[in-house]
Design a protein around this ligand. Structure first.
Ligand code: NAP
Ligand code: FE
Length: 367
């Protein structure tokens, strides 16, 4: 067995009302916090109220930045960091889907380096950061247990991760916040979680521990398939989706993501396709790159109770709504752009992926 590393330093609490029950975990982080959310969901689902109640009970002062949009861009993060600096906050709390959670990590870096400009996010892996708390309200990204934060860079017409590996100090995972999450967002984000699990297992970076974590995550995800198809989710399904998502996060924290993520970013930037759905759209063609008889692909399919990549493709078409149309020009452009990310392409374990193979993945998925 080759030497491998397993690292998961997040103090993660899981379960109903975990913020109010375990709020003391935030005491050591500072005396003033900035809460970062999207525009409305954190208010509606009760997570913001639970957090402000907890902070008030702990006598921790707080300010709110509630302007993070989907696929947060650098400009938003810079604006929030300015507020964090002016308000002299000592830690940052992200509440929401992956967008506010990722934005929070980038804000934590910028606020801890007031003299630096925003390039620091892409240049200095050792830059310090304020402590981060994360509260996921979707079950997809696993950002509450990963060291990654992905930002939209308009200048480059794509999304890119910040270079600081930044794990939350504390995460609170309470499935109750998803009670009223729409079926479209539930299914799109569930596919992101599944995609993390599958990409991690099939990555060149997979190891003995990450593989077992994926098995666990896929078994929870499999149990949710009927609910995802019916677009009806009870409390138990919400819990399993959140567990699958967190396990997917733990897995990609070890291995990083792989080809579907590298390809999906352009679908999101150019067509506004939600992140998880973008991964799902290229999943079957990605698995087919491994060849029909590949044992590792067979393992993943059997964990999901599926017999073939065609069955997985049919399942994804059933649970995702994909109305977009694409042209051959789109395919050529996306493939050209995907080739700009060699480290991600190198996570494919079997052979070097050239532009023609990437074009074929897009073509088989989108035309
Ligand atoms: P999102 O962009 O965070 O949120 C999507 C939508 O869901 C927003 O409109 C949001 O509303 C709404 N929403 C969130 N929670 C809700 C709830 N409980 N009830 C009702 N509505 C709710 O979507 P996401 O898929 O979770 O995150 C995607 C982002 O995560 C992408 O930028 C992606 O690149 C990133 N990502 C990060 C990692 C990582 O490891 N860090 C991994 C995968 C993906 P509001 O705006 O009002 O809150
Ligand atoms: Fe993802």
């Amino acid at each position: 067995m080759n030497v491998f590393r397993y690292f998961m330093p997040v103090n993660a609490y899981f379960g109903k009302d975990c913020i109010s029950q375990k709020k003391e975990a935030m005491c050591v982080l500072g005396k003033k916090a900035m809460i970062v959310t999207g525009r409305s969901s954190a208010r509606k689902n009760g997570a913001l109220q639970d957090m402000t109640d907890a902070l008030d009970a702990l006598s921790i002062a707080w300010v709110l930045f509630d302007e993070v949009g989907e696929n947060p861009d650098l400009e938003t993060v810079v604006r929030a960091a300015q507020m964090a600096k002016t308000e002299a906050v000592e830690f940052v709390i992200g509440i929401g889907g992956g967008s506010p959670m990722d934005a929070t990590k980038a804000i934590a870096v910028l606020a801890a380096n007031p003299e630096a400009d925003s390039n620091i996010l892409f240049q200095d892996p050792k830059a310090k950061a304020l402590p981060v708390v994360e509260v996921p309200t979707t079950a997809g990204t696993g950002s509450e247990v990963t060291q990654y934060a992905i930002l939209t860079l308009h200048e480059k017409r794509t999304k890119q991760g910040i270079v600081q590996p930044l794990f939350a100090s504390v995460s609170f995972l309470d499935p109750k916040y998803m009670e009223h999450l729409s079926s479209a967002i539930t299914n799109n984000t569930a596919v992101d979680a599944m995609s993390h699990l599958v990409e991690s297992y099939l990555s060149a970076n997979a190891n003995a521990i990450s593989e077992k974590i994926v098995d666990m995550g896929l078994s929870y995800w499999k149990d949710c398939i009927p609910a995802l198809r019916a677009r009806q989710y009870d409390a138990q399904v919400r819990e399993k989706l959140m567990l699958a998502s967190a396990l997917g996060g733990v897995a990609i924290a070890q291995t990083s993501t792989s080809i579907p993520h590298a390809l999906g970013y352009f679908l999101t930037y150019e067509k506004g396709i939600a992140h998880g759905r973008a991964n799902g759209m290229v999943m079957q063609a990605y698995l087919d790159l491994f060849g029909k008889e590949n044992e590792r692909v067979q393992h993943v399919l059997s964990c999901l109770g599926l017999a073939s990549t065609e069955e997985l493709g049919a399942l994804l078409r059933d649970i995702l709504d994909c109305p977009e149309t694409f042209t051959e020009d789109d395919i050529q452009y996306y493939a050209k752009r995907a080739m700009e990310n060699p480290p991600k392409l190198a996570t494919f374990p079997l052979y070097a992926l050239d532009e023609e193979k990437i074009q074929n993945v897009y073509r088989n998925s989108l035309l």
